[in-house]
Structures are given as C-alpha cells and as structure tokens.
Design a protein. Sequence first.
Length: 407
Amino acid sequence: MALIVQKYGGTSVGSVERIQAVAEKIKTFVANGDKLVVSVSAMSGETNRMTELAQQIQDTPSLREMDVLLTTGEQVTISLLAMALQQLGCEAISYTGSQVRITTDSAHGKARIKSIDDHRIHASLNAGKIVVVAGFQGVDEQGNITTLGRGGSDTTAVALAAALKADECQIYTDVDGVYTTDPRIEPNARKMNTVSYEEMLEMASLGSKVLQIRSVEFASKYKVPLRVLSSLIDNPIGTLITSEENIMEQAVISGIAHNKDEAKLSLIGVPDEPGIAYKILKPISEANIEVDMIVQSVSAREGLTNFAFTVHRNDFDRAQTILQSICNELEAKAVQSDDKVVKVSLVGIGMRSHAGIAAQMFEVLHQENVNIQMISTSEIKISVVIGEKYLELAVRSLHAAFGLDKE
Ligand code: ADP
Ligand code: ASP
Ligand code: MG
C-alpha cells in the first residue's frame, strides 16, 4: 500500500469523457490498496479563455482579480472529478487550495508555496476517501486567492507529495514521459526512462514545458520521486526524475530544449565605458522585467560598443520603450529589436567531462546555415539564440547529430 500523489493536466481532464477515464484510472490504484491524493488542472483551453475574457475588459487587469478569475477553472475540474469518482462507487472529496490551506506569498500570478496544512487531507484519507485538490492555486496570509504561474498544477502536486511524504508523485499528461526533445517538434524524439533532477531543472528552465520549473525545484529539494506518465495510454514506466546517483548510464547530451518566448533588444553604438551595463539594465530590472541572455560586443570603432539582451516576449513592448529612452539619454546610435527569435539549448550532465560539445553544436548549425545571434553556456548546457524560422531545422539537425534518436 502506497501513498501516491497524482496530477492530471488540462488535456487529461479536457472533457467529461476524459474526466470519467481519469476516474477509472484512479479507481484501479484504489483497488490496489493505495491511498490517493489527486491534483488537477483546469480543462484544456479554459485558463486561456478566461484570460481573453479579462482582456476584453481591461488591457492589464489587476493581478489579484486575475487570480480570483483563473482559479475557477480548477474548481470546476475538482468537483467534476469527485463526482465521477463517486459515480464509480469510490468515496472522494474535493478541496480548493484555500480549503486545504496551501499558503503562498502574495505575489499574484506567480506566488510561491510557503506551507501546506496536511490535517484536512490526512483526515479525509484516514476516512477512506480519495482527496482531490485544485492545482495551481493557494491563499496568502491575508486570505487572498493566489496562483502559482502557468503550468503551476505540477508544483501543487509535487508540493503536496513533499508535504505528505508520499511514496511517489505521478504527473499524468498527453505524452508518456520526458523525451529527448519536444516530440511535437521532432517526431524521432526518444522517451527517456530516467532523468536527473539537475538536467530536468535545466530543461524546464530552458523551455521544456512538460514540467513547471518550480515543481522540479521542489522535487529536487525534498527528494520527491517524480514520474511523468501518459493519462491516455497505459505505460506505467514513463520517465522517473531522480537523483544523479540513481542513474546508471549517463549520455553526454540528454536533451534539447527550446524556448519561443524570447525577444531580443540591442542598443547600437553606446560609449564603451564603465557603468554602461548598469545604466542599461537597471531601469529594465526596476520595471520588473527579467533579462535572460546578455551580450556586449568588443569595442568597435570610436570607443563605441553594442549591447544586446533577451527578455520574455510578454515584456518586449515595455522593454523597447524603456530602451529607447536609455538610448536618448546615453546618446547611443539606435535601438534594434527583434521578437522573431528563439533559444535552443543542449542539456547534459555528461558535458562536464566532455570538451568540444559547443564546437560540435556550432558546426552543425553552420552546416545548416543557421546564424547564431547569441551564445550562453554553463557547466551542463549550451544555449544559442537563432531566428525563429530555423527552430525546427536546428532542433532536428542537432537531435540527429548528437545521436539522440538512438538508444
Ligand atoms: P499538461 O496540460 O498535462 O500540463 P503540458 O502541455 O503542460 O501538459 O505539457 C506536455 C507537453 O510538453 C507535451 O505535449 C509536449 O509537447 C511538451 N514538451 C516539451 N518538451 C518536452 C519534452 N522534452 N518531453 C516531453 N514533452 C515535452
Ligand atoms: N490551468 C493552469 C494553466 O493553464 C495551471 C496548469 O494547467 O497547470 O497554466
Ligand atoms: Mg503543464
């Protein structure tokens, strides 16, 4: 008998039939004697639909009201799933984030979980019930409803698993595991049986949206055994995300991530003198805009240089306006902006002990005539910014060149 936390994503609960199928699946675990806590997302498309409704009223609605709105999506699915379970003769009860009491900070739209009160859940489990908890939501200390950021139901599930010391946290989605790259981009992508927390963290933060970054952070911090599985087909193995020492064979490159949310801004012809990076990036960070990659070119003629960085596409317009005023202030030559760029990254722990991976990556892109606009590296990843239209070409040619399609 095990205590299992399961999470079903939007597609998995996208219709009444799907919700009923999820209930059937849960029933098989209960029949096995397991105790189940199940966290669910809103039905697929619902969170986007509500966001569009809000935007018909206000361009930038209050973040607090957005959280009140968006959390209703998960409230719909917890109740429907509890009903579907009851219909199958299973005892089940649903709770919203605030009913459990998942306490978060007050950063609406991207709140962080501070604590989970497990009393109510344990009481319901002990009464023989399946506990269904709304994903993606919590409540701050003042009682305001909060959300955990897009994809946040993954984090709810892992945090519940950590708090309840569950035997495993299972993330059910529309793919049967974590692949060497997004199977929607490269059909030859291969499912991995195991991935280390560290690699999964890099993959998630570099754009592999199969798991929200914070869910992997939680899993790694509290050593939660985390498994990604398909809700649509039966394959109980999926992909296990675990500690590095549990992984027998380590490939040099384990995966390729991509991120389409990037936009690039450059300031051309700024004086090459101390304090320039500070003068450019301070107003950007004061506007709460996160900067990802940064490149300052070597001083060109006349003591002038170029300074480029990337931001999230959602912040592109705001960043552009700010950079234009910095341009005027510093008497730079021009602002250049491009929101048709993407970031493609190679990830692998094995890179630590292998030199020359970057050169090999650049060679492949050169052969395909893909121009690299920016580069950044760390111990276990190499990222490049390239034109959006080369995304598929770059991912597929790198995937083949590094043999990721082969066992
Ligand atoms: P859910 O609604 O269940 O949370 P998501 O859409 O958030 O599902 O995540 C699943 C999707 O993640 C897949 O359909 C796939 O296109 C995408 N994805 C991106 N990178 C990967 C990867 N490396 N392995 C598997 N899926 C990936
Ligand atoms: N419904 C939320 C979203 O679409 C949370 C989630 O699905 O994980 O982002
Ligand atoms: Mg998701």
